[in-house]
Design a protein around this ligand. Structure first.
Ligand SMILES: [Zn+2]
Length: 292
């Protein structure tokens, strides 16, 4: 059992806060459905107050996929799944593919376990079924990759929450023109002109990431992800081929809440650089030397 992966204890909750600063214009759209009530073909996504924002789920997806690519490229060949990867044909041999989605792998292992021990598979609820739930959790924890252990999968709850990123200061959206490209002529296609809404460079959003029961190296991994974002390795939103979506991350502060802090009241002191260096060092040690 890995207690830090479960939600039955609140060992600590860390809250990372930073500004996300657009280095280029950015377009985070609402999809074509939003165009029906907008003056542009591709409007920005807006919250209930009418303000453009970046959905936390979009930011999380970019951060997760960037960290997956990073860890998969490490020299020690870390097993990191591709959450969308399924085998071409159902077969037990396919389970040896290290990039197979952890959710698929765990689902198959659960089915195999159910076939072997039908008495252990009764549904959740009564105390008598508790051992089966523990077994299911252990199976999920033991067969989830480094990234799923942090961001979750079908069988393991995520320990990372990212709030929707709201504007931290007023920004004025503007409309840009786009043109469809004819694939044969490689020039502007007749009649395929469109426009889209964007926010200008300099726009700032509030980024808030909460992580539960994370080990030091896992916090270091998240900090590394934010550095990758800051270095331009990931772009956010749409129209990226046109150079949109470059963002930087401002000063990061972290507040650690332990169970007792909720009774004491008040906010624990925030850490920033160089205090956060301990987590970066733990990640270096774990991912480069293989020691937690
Ligand atoms: Zn995985």
């Amino acid at each position: 059992m890995t207690p830090s992966l479960g939600h039955d204890r609140l060992l600590h909750r860390d809250v990372l806060v930073a500004s996300l600063i657009c280095k280029s214009a950015i377009h985070v759209g609402s999809g074509r459905d939003g165009a029906a009530v907008s003056a542009t073909d591709l409007p920005l996504i807006r919250n209930g107050a009418g303000q453009p924002f970046i959905p936390g789920s979009s930011f999380r997806g970019i951060l997760r996929s960037g960290l997956e690519a990073l860890l998969r490229s490490m020299p020690q060949d870390l097993d990191v799944c591709d959450p969308l990867r399924r085998p071409r044909r159902d077969s037990r041999e396919a389970l040896s593919d290290p990039e197979l989605s952890c959710s698929y792998r765990i689902g198959e292992l659960k089915k195999a376990q159910a076939e072997k021990e039908p008495g252990e598979t009764a549904g959740p609820g009564s105390a008598a079924n508790r051992p089966a739930e523990d077994m299911a959790f252990e199976l999920a924890a033991n067969h989830s990759c480094e990234v799923c252990r942090l961001f979750g999968n079908t069988f393991l709850a995520s320990r990372v929450w990212i709030q929707d990123l709201v504007l931290s200061k007023v920004a004025t959206p503007y409309v840009r023109n786009g043109v469809g490209i004819d694939r044969d002529l490689r020039s502007a296609a007749k009649g395929i002109l469109y426009d889209f809404e964007a926010l200008p460079a300099g726009t700032e959003f509030e980024l808030k990431i909460q992580v539960e029961n994370a080990q030091d190296f896992e916090l270091g991994l998240l900090l590394t992800g934010m550095e990758l974002l800051d270095s331009g390795m990931f772009l956010l939103g749409g129209k990226r081929a046109r150079g949109l979506g470059q963002v930087g991350v401002g000063k990061i502060t972290m507040t650690r809440w332990k169970a007792a802090d909720f009774f004491i009241g008040g906010e624990p002191p925030a850490l920033d650089d160089p205090d956060l260096g301990v987590f970066r060092k733990a990640a270096r040690k774990y991912y480069l030397e293989g020691a937690a």
